[in-house]
Design a protein around this ligand. Sequence first.
Ligand SMILES: NC(=O)c1ccc[n+]([C@@H]2O[C@H](COP(=O)([O-])OP(=O)(O)OC[C@H]3O[C@@H](n4cnc5c(N)ncnc54)[C@H](OP(=O)(O)O)[C@@H]3O)[C@@H](O)[C@H]2O)c1
Length: 266
Amino acid sequence: MKKTYSNKVVWVTGAASGIGKAVALEYAQRGATLVLSDRDVENLNKTVSACNDMGVPALAAPFDLAETTQIISAVETVLRTYPKIDILVCNGGISQRSYAIETPVAIDRRVMEINFFGTITLTKALLPALIAQGGGNISVTSSMTGKFGFPLRTAYCASKHAIQGFYEALRAELYNQNVKVTIVSPGRVRTNISLHAITKDGQEHGKMDDGQAGGITPEQCARRMVRAIERNKKELWVGSTEILMIYIRKYLSPLFHILARKIKPT
Ligand SMILES: NC(=O)c1ccc[n+]([C@@H]2O[C@H](COP(=O)([O-])OP(=O)(O)OC[C@H]3O[C@@H](n4cnc5c(N)ncnc54)[C@H](OP(=O)(O)O)[C@@H]3O)[C@@H](O)[C@H]2O)c1
């Protein structure tokens, strides 16, 4: 593969696992310098080593997306090493498996804090640098459930709908500053997302859901993401037949509402 990114610095969150890890390795194959973030330091360091083994520099910048001060301080540290970040891939996040009626609002807030506020905190902290350098790319990982509601994921759906609204507005605001925004909406991707999904008690769901197990691979998802960002695509819907649900919701909404209440939501 051609090293077409050898003069680019790419910052990926959620890089310890799943889609984020695959995106990091995809960019590493293309010769990019990586900045890699996650809260799972042990697995983050494994991704750093894998990138180094592919011959590219990679810097670990660990933080918890729920901790604003950690995010801000990571941005300050990273910009001292790499003053120009070409591509920011905001991908880290958690899912949820619990019914709204039994889920304390504290859990809803936690999902919003990680998936929405943590993500926009990082974006906002980096934005002045992106604008000052004359532009760049921001990719944010939403979800198919950022397009419609799906059971057992009320807070998760809310966080991903919020991402869609925020980044769509941001894209319009940044048009004249040459900062491009790609909103990625995956369907089902075979990662640990359902294992780590938060339950009503704040515990991990701990199960690989059938839907997840039958999803596309993180590598397939990552290749599509890298291509979409390269082409300054505004939106990427990536997955298998489940992506049809977005069209059904939009154009056949009565059918969607029947499916959404009957379909096995795991
Ligand atoms: N897989 C899918 O089917 C699917 C579908 C639609 C959207 N997505 C989105 O894709 C993104 C990546 O998910 P994935 O499928 O690759 O799942 P994953 O394998 O669980 O990866 C998510 C990564 O984010 C990290 N993370 C979670 N909470 C964090 C926090 N508070 N601070 C910092 N890092 C945190 C996780 O660390 P821990 O391991 O420590 O939790 C993990 O390394 C997420 O935004 C997810 O919502 C996934």
